[in-house]
Design a protein around this ligand. Structure first.
Ligand code: GLN
Length: 523
């Protein structure tokens, strides 16, 4: 990557400026797309060795895109709505001709043959695709630590996790390495890292954004969404990527409102619900104080506060950890070294097979010879044993178990029934309130390695996020405070399905009334 040490660093202004501000400067000709892209590339080059947000940055591709956009603009030709703005993309979205690794060894060399719809939409909007961000392997995790390739650190405290699974995208925006980023959220993977990194992140309604070209984790829960430094930026990016797509059969055929235009219209008569079950034991005192203060802000803005109950939310984590691994075990079956994925070293494998056969023949072990795997089965086995990391294997085993004959009714089918009850809880709550507000995580970000070896503790961290995925509703997280040690605290807002407009406007009301979003991590 080209670094020019003589150029003055504009890191401070980069982290302070929102996408909206950059777009105004670009349109006014105060900065070119090439200059802006170069500023971000330089900033990445100077700090990402400490943060680890990016798996790959292709400076040449980004600068070529930027130059092409500048050329069109200077000729007075039309440019897209994000023209010249760098966007970082989680490495589980297919980008034609580029590596799409899902932070897994099994896809370490996989080049996508086509663009995901979201990538195509970003290109059509003339965004500059600046790089690919780190994630938990196949988006399974909440700390980005299950990535097969590298750790990502929280820009607020490099000893701590940025959250996950979209930790690279969140850290990139929080550290000013890209004004916007794309993530995916199956059980919280956009909202939780946004909260832990002090930025804004949103999971849209299931089906609002096309999943075509998103490498599937749990297909009935996965949803792509935006990260930004402000609610306005997130509205702008959502507006760019949302919409019906015939190539995704679960895509919703509903018009996309102009979110970025309406976001500044405050909601009148707003009824905010707070969930009784969300303020129980286990909630960190500083988080509780910050969230309650946020509710008071809404009150001061004219909203009314209402206690609501989501009685089945106590089953949400258990339900999610049956459904998500079940779908994952099926989705990940395709990585067999034949259809997709790196294949085990065949020479080595065939030599091992021959040696085993010889040993069994010498021992006259007929049963052993009968049981000997064929070359093909052995290839599958070795490919998957070497290609997947421990968390992915754990999920495949959990899911295969839950789906197997004799257990299906007890686990998977039961989980589907509870999922319906969780959805009904939200339906009932939303009869009384317009938005639900509460914590995004029970505590601020934790130390890297702190949860290692305790998968259950990791799963339990998803308490406040998985319900929205199970119910299919949109959720947004924005900064609402800081712990005494200076770590960000996030506020989650949730709305009924397809009410992103309401969600964004409600979030914007809070953002306008407070200064938390102006705090920046300093590296
Ligand atoms: N932490 C959750 C999990 O590990 C959510 C992941 C996600 O949303 N991709 O499954």
């Amino acid at each position: 990557m080209p670094i020019d040490p003589t150029r003055p660093t504009s890191a401070m202004s980069l982290t302070a400026q929102t996408a909206g501000e950059h777009l105004r400067n670009l349109a006014a000709g105060e900065i070119t797309a090439v200059e802006l892209t170069r500023d971000y590339l330089d900033h990445i080059a100077s700090i990402d060795n400490r943060v680890g947000a990016f798996l790959r940055v292709d400076a040449d591709v980004a600068l070529t895109q930027a130059a092409e956009i500048d050329a069109r603009r200077s000729k007075g030709q039309p440019v897209g709505r994000l023209a010249g703005l760098p966007v970082a993309v989680k490495d589980n979205l297919c980008e034609r001709g580029q590596l799409t690794t899902c932070a897994s060894r099994i896809l370490a060399n996989f080049r996508a043959p086509y663009d995901a719809t979201v990538i195509a939409k970003l290109r059509a909007a003339d965004a500059v695709l600046i790089g690919r961000t780190n994630l938990d392997e196949f988006a399974m995790g909440g700390s980005t630590e299950t990535s097969a390739f590298q750790l990502t650190r929280n820009p607020w405290d490099l000893e701590r996790t940025p959250g996950g699974s979209s930790g690279g995208s969140a850290a990139s925006v929080a550290a000013g390495m890209s004004p916007l980023a794309i993530g995916s959220d199956t059980g919280g993977s956009i909202r939780q890292p946004a909260g832990l990194c002090g930025i804004v992140g949103m999971k849209p309604t299931y089906g609002r954004v096309s999943r075509f070209g998103l490498v599937a984790f749990a297909s009935s829960l996965d949803q792509i969404g935006p990260f930004g430094q402000s609610v306005e930026d997130v509205a702008l990016l959502l507006e760019t990527i949302a919409g019906h797509d015939p190539r995704d059969s679960t895509s919703l055929n509903a018009p996309v409102p102009p979110y970025s235009q309406s976001v500044n219209k405050p909601l009148t008569g707003l009824r905010i619900g707070w969930v009784r079950e969300h303020f129980g034991p286990g909630l960190d005192a500083e988080v509780e104080t910050a969230v309650r203060a946020a509710l008071d802000i809404y009150k001061s803005l004219g909203a009314t506060l209402h206690e609501v109950s989501l009685p089945h939310s106590k089953y949400a984590v258990a339900t999610y950890y049956v459904i998500a691994p079940s779908e994952a075990s099926s989705n990940l079956a395709r990585y067999d070294g034949v259809h997709y994925g790196d294949r085990t070293d065949e020479k080595e494998m065939l030599a091992e097979l021959a040696a085993d056969r010889k040993r069994l023949e010498a021992a006259g072990d007929r049963a052993g010879l009968d049981d000997l795997d064929s070359a093909l089965v052995r290839m599958y086995r070795r490919t998957r044993a070497n290609g997947f990391g421990p968390e992915v294997k754990r999920r495949i085993m959990l899911g295969t178990y839950a789906l197997s004959a004799g257990y299906y009714d007890a686990y998977y089918l039961k989980a589907l029934k509870v999922r319906r009850l969780i959805r009904q809880d939200f339906d009932r709550a939303f009869e009384k309130v317009d938005l639900i507000a509460g914590p995004i995580t029970a505590a601020p970000t934790f130390k890297l390695g702190e949860m290692a070896g305790d998968p259950l503790a990791m799963y339990l961290l998803d308490l406040y996020t998985v319900s929205a995925n199970l119910a299919g509703i949109p959720g947004l997280c924005l900064p609402c405070g800081q712990s005494e040690s200076g770590l960000p605290i996030g506020l989650q807002l949730q709305a009924p399905a397809l009410e992103e407009d309401r969600l964004l406007r409600g979030a914007q009301m809070y953002e306008q009334a407070t200064n938390w979003h102006k705090n920046r991590a300093t590296l």
